[in-house]
Every structure is written in C-alpha cells, then in structure tokens.
Design a protein around this ligand. Sequence first.
Ligand SMILES: Nc1nc2c(ncn2[C@@H]2O[C@H](COP(=O)(O)OP(=O)(O)O)[C@@H](O)[C@H]2O)c(=O)[nH]1
Ligand SMILES: [Mg+2]
Length: 239
Amino acid sequence: MRVALSVVVPVKDEAGNAASLARETSAALAGESAELIFVDDGSTDNTIAELLALRPSLPGLRVLQHGGNFGQSRAVRTGVQAARGDVIVTMDGDGQNDPADIPRLLAALRAGGKDLAMVSGVRQQRQDRADRRWASALANGFRNWMLKDGAADSGCGLKAFRRDVFLSLPYFDHMHRFLVALVKREGYDVAFVSVNHRPRAHGRSKYGNLQRALVGISDTIGVRWLQRRFKGAVEPKEI
Ligand SMILES: Nc1nc2c(ncn2[C@@H]2O[C@H](COP(=O)(O)OP(=O)(O)O)[C@@H](O)[C@H]2O)c(=O)[nH]1
Ligand SMILES: [Mg+2]
C-alpha cells in the first residue's frame, strides 16, 4: 500500500497516554492511507510495551526506538527520516494535542499553493498550569521580536508539513520549536490553524520553565544567526 501520510509522535515516558493516542489517531485518520510512527526516546516506563501490545490491532503502527535519550527534536527527525509519506504530521505523545484536528491541518496544507510547506497548530485555551502559559507567552514574544516569524505558538507540537522541506532544514537540538522560522527561511509559506488543547491525563511534562527559557534564548539567537547567514531561496534553471 502506498503511504501518503506519516504521523510522527515523539515519546518519552508516556505510559498510559501513547497507546490510547495511537488508537484515537488511527480512528481520526480512517480514509487516509496513513502510517503512525511512534519514536521512543529512552523511556524507562511501560511506553514501549503498551505500544507493542497494540500493534496486532493497528497494522499501520510503527515503533522506532533510539535506545537512549536524545531529545524531542531528534525523535521527530528520526521519525521523519523513516517516514514513507510525502506529508508528515507531528503531534505530542502525551495526548495534549487532539488527533481530531489533523484533517483540518491536512486540508489547509492541500489547499495551499506550491509555496505552502507547513501548517502549524495554534493551541486555543492551553490546558497547562498558569506559570507554563506565562512562560510560553514570554517566549513567543521574545522569539517573534527576534525572528519576526509571525508564529503565535511555535511550540505547538501539532504540525503538518512537506517531508522534503523538513529534511532540508538545519538540524539542532530543540529545533522543533523553531520550525516556522526555519521553513520561512527557505522561502516557503506557513499557515496557521487553531487547534484544541487537552490536559495531560498521565505522567508529567518533561520540561521546566527555567531550563526551557535559558535554552530558548540561546537557540533564538542561534536561529537569528541562521537567518542572517542565508541569501534567500533560489530556483535554479537548467540551461
Ligand atoms: N522523544 C522525546 N520526546 C520527548 C522528550 N521530552 C519530551 N518529549 C515528548 O514531547 C512531547 C511534549 O513534551 P511535554 O513534556 O508534554 O511538553 P509540554 O507539553 O510542553 O509540557 C511529549 O510527547 C513528550 O513525550 C524527549 O527527551 N524525547
Ligand atoms: Mg505536553
């Protein structure tokens, strides 16, 4: 079967969340020739066992394992590299993103012109603690001021994009938070779609506000440098 769409889900210690998300996603994508790729990044809980138990009933489910903790961005890249579809959807593995939003993201990507390479979710009514929401608002403000990427919520894990474009982007740890700026740097357009956000049912967030802020500042400066060191897109003509 030709796979048109690959859904890539990075997971680190998402027991109780990952398997139900896989079932939900498969139901939301009935009618699509889709595969579902979960990339485990050194989970020490039951995540892997729960996903493997699901495989007989979900033939489109693939499980990749890093065998250590290399980070969320690396897990996304591993999944995209292994993907068979030309279009990728990424989503958090904790169930905070809602797979029911995927068809709207895909419709927006498919309706766009040849320059539209990504549709990024914008979480409405974030179901996170107040301190996390404040930290996120500050980070988005700082990033927007520095990078002018026009993203209201660049950390939203729910995104749809062209696989070839993603694989042409410069890679660094935590790049998943800068995909809008990086895709625009290549000369492509990015569209935004409002998406649902749900509370975490099990487990806890893997990121602290302070750690995220410190890394975020240095990464934003790094992406600003990448923007300056690029002379724009070219469409070479063979003559
Ligand atoms: N593969 C991988 N996934 C991670 C890592 N840290 C977080 N994640 C996943 O990335 C998603 C978002 O992480 P989460 O901790 O919920 O972040 P928050 O929602 O922003 O608080 C979840 O699916 C996590 O399992 C990591 O080190 N490796
Ligand atoms: Mg989360």
